[in-house]
Write a protein of this length. Sequence first.
Length: 322
Amino acid sequence: SAIQNKIAAGEVVERPSSVVKELAENSIDAHATQVEVFIEESGMKQIRIVDNGDGIHHTDGPLLFQRHATSKIDTDYDLFQIRSLGFRGEALASIGAVAKVTVETKHTAGNPVFIRFEGGNLVEQIPGKERQGTDITITDLFFNTPARLKYMRSMRTESGKIIDIIQRMALANPGISFRLVLDGQEKIMTKGNGNLKEVISDIYGLNVARHAVEIEAHDADFDIRGYAIRPEINRSNRNYLNISVNRRFIKNFMLSQSIVNAYHTLLPKDKYPIVVIDIKMDPKLVDVNVHPSKIEVRFSKERELNKLLESAVSSHIKDEML
Ligand code: ADP
Ligand code: MG
C-alpha cells in the first residue's frame, strides 16, 4: 500500500544520498560500464542517473515501482548467495512513493520506453529513445513527507555524503567509469579502465597515488587486494579507509581497526591512513542483512579476516619503508 511504501522509504531511502546509492547500485547490478550521476540542489530538486547497462524490458517497466519487484532473487536459496548489490526489490518502490520519477530505458531484448510515475503509480508510457541502458530521473524527493524540510536545511552535508558514496563506489569498481556532476560542476570522473591506481589518482590526486603500495594476501577463504598509501601521506580522520567486499563498499569497525593497527607506530596518534582494499570471499561468509542500507556487514570467520588484513597491510607497508 502507499502507506507501507512510505514507511519503508524511511528505512531504505532515508535521505537523498541513499537514493543515489540505491540507483547507482542498480546500474552496477545491470552490468553498466558507465554510470553518470547528475545532482541538483543536493538531490532535493533532482537526481538523475544514466547508465549503459542491460536496461529494463518494456514489459517490466510498469511494475518497477511495486514492492518486491526484483529480478535478482529467484528462489529462497538465492538469498544466501547474494552477489548483486540489490536484492530486496524495495528501493524503487520506496523512492517512487516519495518522489516523481521518469525512466527511459532500453533492454537488450526489448523496445525503448519512456515511463513516468507519480506516487508510485504509472501515469504515462510512450516509446523512448533508441539508447541501450537506463536513464532514471527523480524530482521533488520527499515532496509529500515532512523529511523534505529536514534535508532542505542540510543540503551541504548531503552533497558531501553523495560525493563520498560515488568516490567509494568508484574505488571499489575500477572497471566502471563514474561521473558525478553537482549543480553543473563535475566533481568526480573515473575512466573505468580497470586500473585502481588511476582511480586513486582521479579521486585523491596524483600525489596520493604516487605513494600507493600494492597490497595482496590470501588464504583459503579470503583474497585481499588493493593499495595502502605510505604513512607520510595521511589524514586526520578515518574517512579514507575504503574497504569493499566483492566490490560492494562496506563499513565494519573491526576491519578498519585492523588497518589502523597495521600503521601503528608509523603514524602519530591523531593521523589515519588512506587505504583502498577489496576482499573477495564466498558471499556465504558475509551477512549484509544487518541494516537496510546494506553498508554495515558482519562476517563469519571475522577473527581470521582481521588478522589476515592487518598482517597484509603492515608487511607490505613495512617492506616498502626498508
Ligand atoms: P533490487 O535492486 O533489490 O532488485 P530495486 O527496487 O532497486 O530492487 O530495483 C527493482 C528492479 O528494477 C531490479 O531488480 C532491476 O530488475 C530493475 N532495475 C532498476 N534499476 C535498473 C537499471 N539501472 N538497469 C536495469 N534494471 C534496473
Ligand atoms: Mg536495487
